[in-house]
Design a protein around this ligand. Structure first.
Ligand SMILES: Nc1ncnc2c1ncn2[C@@H]1O[C@H](COP(=O)(O)OP(=O)(O)OP(=O)(O)O)[C@@H](O)[C@H]1O
Length: 303
């Protein structure tokens, strides 16, 4: 059982602070690292993989320091974000090259084992250029785990996949985690971690903003303040009724529609339907205002 640990880690590039005083332990099982673009996810993974030195703090894999420690690569595999697989090779050739780079005693057997884990045996002798996105990604996973590492890090492994491919990849990650490995993957899409049974660590602007299971994170995000645009059979009367509600912090009428600031999504939406019914007002549309993912995540930092 191998854990990866960050203790008071910061990493800056010139005057850009990419990771800001993060303390975090990722233990055996499956963990998601969630955050908007530019939050520092890649930097965290590269620190864990020993590709970057922390500007401050300590990064360990098992009991060993990650930085400047080639020994660590026996324990760890990394699937990088950018898809760079030579299309003219077959999956078997690609994974075998990785096995040879690791100087494994029986590279052929290790290649067969890794391709078996990702269920790529049937297509292993076809050129990678003929594969689907999901198959290419699984081939890259096989290359990263050919040396049977205890820790596997994956940077945005679901990027560009359709829902079926995504489910297949999530099953694969769960299976590897169930074998006792420490698996950490990054994502900038909340729905991508929906099928995750393990922990989600949320990172925003280089800081650890929240952690817990998917339902906990989802709740934190939906319980934040929301703005709704509402149309009804009598907007003006609806406005006067709503302003008396505890879950409403402001009401305004602009361009013929009603804007409502609600302090809590769940309480407000439940109250709205009931109020409209008892006041005999017909609701014709309720639209949540468009909020960028950035803003939603930032709310978590503020709490
Ligand atoms: N080599 C670099 N030089 C300067 N700034 C960098 C460098 N690498 C990353 N950054 C900056 O550090 C911050 C964190 O970047 P990082 O790539 O770790 O985020 P991320 O969460 O992985 O985002 P993305 O999903 O968009 O890759 C960003 O502001 C980014 O612009």
């Amino acid at each position: 059982m191998t854990s990866v640990e960050l203790t008071e880690v910061s990493r800056w590039y010139g005057n850009v602070v990419a990771v800001n005083d993060v303390t975090l332990t990722v233990g055996p099982g499956l963990t998601g690292l969630l955050g908007p673009n530019g939050a520092g996810k890649t930097t965290v993974l590269h620190l864990m993989a020993g590709l970057l030195a922390p500007s401050q703090g300590k990064v360990t894999v098992g009991d060993q320091s990650a930085w400047r420690n080639p020994e660590m690569y026996r324990q760890l595999g990394l699937v990088t974000e950018r898809e760079s697989v030579p299309g003219f090779l077959t999956a078997r050739e690609f994974v075998l090259a990785s096995a040879k780079l690791h100087k494994l005693p029986d590279p052929e057997a290790a290649t067969r084992r890794a391709l078996g884990i990702v269920e790529m045996e049937a297509a292993q002798d076809r050129e990678i250029s003929t594969y689907s996105k999901g198959m290419r990604q699984r081939t890259r996973v096989a290359a990263a785990l050919v040396h049977d590492p205890k820790v596997l890090l994956l940077d945005e492994p679901f990027n560009g996949m359709d829902p079926r491919q995504r489910m297949h990849m999530m099953d694969l990650l769960h299976r590897m985690a169930d074998e006792g490995r420490t698996i950490l993957f990054s994502s900038h899409i909340l729905e991508e971690v929906e099928q995750l049974s393990g922990t989600v660590q949320v990172i925003v602007s280089g800081r650890l903003a929240a952690s817990g299971d998917y339902r906990h994170i989802r709740r934190l995000m939906t319980n934040r303040p929301h703005v709704f645009t509402i149309s009804s059979s009598d907007d003006r009367r609806l406005a006067t009724v709503l302003i008396g509600q505890e879950s409403v912090s402001g009401v305004s009428m602009t361009d013929g529609s009603l804007q409502v600031h609600a302090s809590d999504y769940g309480t407000f939406t439940r109250a709205l339907a009931k109020l409209a019914r008892t006041s005999d007002i017909r609701l014709t549309s309720i639209l949540p205002a468009d909020e960028s993912l950035e803003k939603v995540f930032s709310y978590l930092v503020a709490t």
